[in-house]
Design a protein around this ligand. Structure first.
Ligand code: NAD
Ligand code: TDX
Length: 333
């Protein structure tokens, strides 16, 4: 339905998987706008149909780039962000720039050109839950972000909501749980542990490892984004998750088992400052309203596939590994 789609942050982990999903499941011509920060993977966009994919290198907070580009498209899917909590604790400045000023810039561009927007956000905007809380996050849970990263994402969501109500911008928002899958930077939990094991290092668990995350395969996130882009109700926020709650300890031990290692073959390291305890998503709204369903029912199968992918793509992650681990080591992590 949307023939020309602009994907901001399309060279990042979720962005590149989403671009591949768009090219495979629609006829759309896709433009990626990406600054190509340390987190980008230009190789992930190689080998795709050249007549349907264009890469524009630029800053999503630069209106002189964003305004004319947005005006050439029918829809924008906005993923560009600084995404890693540990980096935000070291230096929050780029998070304010990209996540807040960048989203403001996109909103002004879609307002001027009257272009449909889907804004990609996170379950972290709702803060965290206690381990024994029977509730999960719903679309009605009050925003209560607790980290510098999630505060900038929450702020960006508030901007989108205000632009919808005040200016009639045609936008939807999705808040997704923790993604795993191919092309995820080795700074993140799942690829860090897999590549540590491939590298002869032990996995590193922050604190006791009791914290719970709700895991979803990135392909399921992509299909949810396309569903919301095509059929979502303007002004609505949709939670995206796949009933994948696991403690970090359970995840490390699952990865160890799938890689044929001893379940105790990991180290506890310094905890993250202000570490959110638990995220959990109630996904009924998206399923009932738009009929979306995840295809990876089985977290273990998705993780096994991801382990195989990292085993086969050492050329891709190897150049980032040493510097990433050196930065962690400097913090006792
Ligand atoms: P990522 O860090 O892997 O990729 C981000 C991409 O944005 C990179 O390609 C980077 O170069 C680009 N970028 C950064 N600053 C930019 C700027 N100023 N201008 C243009 N491009 C810029 O992130 P990700 O994990 O793929 O996350 C994508 C989106 O999904 C983010 O908005 C994030 O908040 C959201 N999200 C992520 C998860 C997750 O588990 N990873 C879960 C829910 C929501
Ligand atoms: O080495 C590690 N050891 C460890 O125990 C790392 C890197 C992380 N952790 C813990 C911290 C978290 O409880 O694992 C959990 C997952 O950590 P991250 O991969 O850093 O993800 P998280 O902080 O939960 O945020 C992710 O999901 C929500 C994404 O990075 C965000 O962009 C998204 O919004």
């Amino acid at each position: 339905m949307h023939q020309r789609i602009l994907v901001t942050g399309g060279a990042g982990f979720i962005g590149c998987n989403f671009v591949r999903h768009l090219l495979a499941h629609t006829d759309a011509a896709v433009t990626v706008l990406d600054k190509l920060t340390y987190a980008a993977s230009p190789p992930a966009l190689e080998g795709l149909p050249e007549d349907r994919l264009r890469l524009v290198v630029g800053d999503v907070a630069d209106a002189s780039v964003v305004d004319p580009l947005v005006a050439e498209h029918d829809a924008v899917v906005h993923l560009a962000a600084e995404s890693h909590n540990d980096n935000a604790l070291r230096d929050p400045a780029p998070f304010v720039h990209t996540n807040l000023v960048g989203t403001f810039t996109v909103l002004e561009a879609v307002r001027k050109a009257d272009v449909r927007l889907h804004h990609v956000s996170t379950d972290e905007v709702y803060g965290d839950l206690a381990l024994d809380d029977p509730q999960r996050f719903t679309e009605d849970t009050p925003y209560d972000p607790s980290s510098p990263y999630s505060a900038t994402k929450a702020g960006s969501d508030h901007l989108v909501r205000a632009w919808v109500r005040s200016f009639g911008v045609r936008a939807t928002i999705s808040c997704c749980s923790n993604n795993y899958g191919p092309w995820q930077h080795v700074e993140k939990f799942v690829p860090r542990q897999i590549t540590n094991l491939l590298d002869g290092r032990r996995p590193r668990l922050y604190g006791a490892g009791d914290n719970i995350r709700d895991w979803i395969h990135v392909d399921d996130h992509s299909s949810a984004l396309l569903t919301i882009l095509e059929r979502g109700r303007i002004g609505e926020t949709y939670l995206v998750g796949a009933d994948g709650e696991r403690s970090n300890l359970e995840m490390v031990q699952l990865i160890l088992r799938l890689m044929g290692r001893d379940p105790d073959d990991f180290d506890h390291v310094a905890d993250r400052a202000g570490h959110d305890v638990r995220y959990a998503i109630e996904t009924g709204h998206l399923r009932n309203a738009l009929g979306w369903l995840p295809t990876y029912g089985d977290l273990e199968a998705g993780l096994a596939q991801t382990i195989a992918w990292y085993t086969d793509h050492e050329d891709w992650w190897r150049p980032h590994k040493a510097a990433t681990e050196a930065a962690y080591a400097a913090k006792g992590q």
